[in-house]
Design a protein around this ligand. Structure first.
Ligand code: NDP
Ligand code: MG
Length: 399
């Protein structure tokens, strides 16, 4: 329950119909009166949006696709629900920056989430950031916007949320002053952790999206199978915590109980642990600085074994590609991200084999080395070029 007299937080949930969006609304529903929903956004899932409107009574619902928006208007009229329906990318930005809104959950998948998330940063909102691709594509620009506007940034990605929890509360990006030696990102290793390179090359989309520990959207599930998810998270950590690449370590921890760790100068390693359930980091960020109920079952440690192993970049080259893009700087991370999005979509369509993902990213990074990244236009141009180079490459790699 909300403490009496407290004003509710007014929320826009970008990507409400996705996995993170659904988990966010689940936590919100556990705290009547504490949160008010201003807007929910989705792209294609009309029926789910109707249900969310019925339960959460937002003022505005946005469907990216005009046809979906038209269908939603009809369904909401039938259901006599007084919700304004908007469509298109500019509507996403409008609901992310509306003056009524103080908190934005950024949970659209991919670079498609960038314009609205960046606009929320420029508008000084409290941003709960799930959409890691925003930081991968526009890290410097995004962090500058946060600093200039005074926006507040709380990480939702479980690893970064864990690191945020394990760092001193007043951490300002100065590793030396805080006595921080390294950030340790844990990786489950994904569904292909124990498979041979040959078996991984022949993996099907159904195998790739069957994650052992987490239920997630399809794109991030494939990223977890290729370890590109960890690569994107390395880049995300670089920007969120002002870390140098060599200060970011990756360790495979198949049980997904330790969500990540901070190593200090005195040898202490502080970890955050919990049942693998995204409602924990979501509730942490929604309630911050208070701790609120997330509906998550207690961590059962009796009889559990926690194991740790080194990642294998020979079988999982995407992780190394992400470190390479980070070292290259400029627009390389935006290129990496766009090439990955194109390849993952093609793989999910059954058009290219799993190992074409890493191959097409490596090819695209080579082809587009050295691009500038000083403006949003630079980054969007790098994104467009990378999509075109990767698409052409994948034409030649059809299954
Ligand atoms: P989903 O695919 O489940 O959901 C994506 C959401 O974005 C949906 O609401 C979808 O709408 C919407 N969407 C898709 N394409 C567009 C577009 N072009 N324009 C506007 N909206 C769009 O993804 P997840 O919830 O799994 O992930 C969301 C983000 O959170 C990703 O960046 C992911 O990396 C990150 N994340 C997710 C975690 C997880 O456990 N799921 C963990 C950590 C980070 P619709 O469904 O209506 O088509
Ligand atoms: Mg993660």
């Amino acid at each position: 329950m909300k403490p009496s007299g407290m004003k509710p937080r007014v929320l826009t949930v970008l990507g409400a119909t996705g996995t993170i969006g659904v988990n966010t609304l689940d936590v919100v529903a556990r705290h009547p009166g504490r949160f008010e929903i201003f807007a929910l956004t989705g792209a294609t899932q009309v029926e789910r949006m109707v249900e969310q409107c019925r339960t959460h009574r937002p003022r505005i619902a946005v469907m990216n696709e005009p046809a979906a928006a038209a269908a939603l208007r009809l369904r909401l009229a039938e259901a006599k629900l007084p919700v304004t329906v908007l469509e298109g990318e500019s509507a996403l930005t409008d609901v992310a920056t509306a003056p009524e809104v103080d908190t934005v959950m950024a949970a659209i998948v991919g670079a498609a989430g960038l314009p609205a998330t960046l606009a929320a940063a420029q508008a000084g909102k409290r941003i709960l950031l799930a959409n890691k691709e925003t930081l991968v594509v526009s890290g410097q620009l995004f962090m500058d916007a946060i600093a200039t506007s005074g926006a507040e940034l709380l990480p939702i990605d479980s690893e970064h949320n864990a690191i945020f929890q394990a760092l001193p509360r007043d951490f300002d990006g100065d590793f030396k002053r805080a006595g921080v030696r390294a950030l340790w990102l844990t990786a489950s290793g994904g569904p292909f952790r124990t498979l041979s390179a040959e078996a991984i090359a022949a993996a099907t989309p159904a195998q790739a999206v069957a994650h052992p520990n987490w239920v997630m959207g399809k794109k991030i599930s494939v990223d977890s199978a290729s370890l590109m998810n960890k690569g994107l998270e390395v880049i995300e950590a670089r920007w969120l915590f002002n870390a140098r690449p060599e200060q970011i370590k990756v360790v495979v921890h198949p049980q997904s109980i330790v969500h990540s760790m901070v190593e200090y100068a005195d040898g202490s390693v502080i970890a955050q642990m919990g049942t693998p359930d995204m409602r924990t980091p979501i509730a942490f960020a929604l309630g911050f600085p208070e701790r609120i109920d997330a509906g998550v079952s207690a961590l059962e440690l009796m009889g559990r074994q926690l194991t740790f192993e080194a990642p294998d970049t020979a079988r999982f080259p995407c992780l190394q590609l992400a470190f390479d893009a980070l070292a290259a700087g400029g627009s390389a991370a935006a290129v990496l991200n766009a090439a990955n999005e194109v390849a993952v979509a093609r793989f999910l369509e059954g058009e290219v084999p799993f190992n074409a993902i890493a191959a097409s990213i490596a090819h695209t990074l080579d082809a587009l080395a050295g691009g500038a990244a000083s403006s949003l236009e630079d980054l969007l141009e790098a994104d467009r070029q990378a999509r075109s180079v990767a698409t052409a490459y994948l034409e030649g790699a059809r299954a």
